[in-house]
Design a protein around this ligand. Structure first.
Ligand SMILES: [Zn+2]
Length: 182
């Protein structure tokens, strides 16, 4: 092994920085593999508010994670149900990253995020809760949040808070004219 993990200070080694990816596996234990909620949301444009779907692009969309690791945890997914990056067109990949970029602006504007974890789990063994439909996580972080943000605590986010945050993100999106897709 050629990593530096044993050289990290204890607080860094114990940091929950990777938990955003683990939570997906926990959620998947309760889920039904055949029911792809991303495809369902994609096909229900009249229910975008209910589904907390924030942005629809030409090839991708951005939706709030109902089981957020931190407040404002978003998912960006291609419209097409594809499992791997190799199945994505270059333009879809580009649009996903543009949405990631613009979500950072929206989340900074709406809830003052200080930083972000951005990443994806590809395949069940890597912790993907929905291995058939590729998606990127955008997880807002705040200075010092590792001390009190626990995985179990965040599962119990009250629905009203999600709806309110969705409205705030919509307002900021209108104000900043987001997303700015090429
Ligand atoms: Zn799907």
């Amino acid at each position: 092994m050629n990593d530096n993990s044993d050289k990290l200070p204890p607080e860094a080694a114990n940091s929950n920085i990777w938990a955003p990816w683990r939570i997906e596996y926990i959620q998947s234990l309760a889920g039904d593999d055949d029911d792809c909620f991303l495809c369902r949301y994609r096909d229900e444009p009249s229910k975008d508010s209910e589904n907390l779907l924030l942005w629809r692009g030409r090839e991708c969309f951005a939706v709030m994670n109902r089981f957020p690791y931190t407040g404002g945890h978003m998912l960006v997914a291609p419209l097409e149900h594809v499992a791997g990056l190799e199945d994505l067109t270059g333009s879809a990949m580009c649009e996903m990253m543009e949405m990631v970029r613009d979500l950072q602006s929206a989340l900074t504007g709406a809830i003052g995020a200080h930083g972000f974890n951005v990443g994806m789990n590809i395949g069940r063994c890597a912790g993907a809760g929905l291995p058939g439909h590729l998606h990127l996580h955008v997880v807002p972080r705040w200075n010092g949040d590792t001390n009190f943000m626990s995985v179990l605590g965040d599962i119990r986010v009250i629905p009203q808070a999600l709806t309110r945050l969705y409205e705030q993100l919509q307002e900021v999106s209108t104000e900043l004219e987001l997303p700015k897709l090429s």
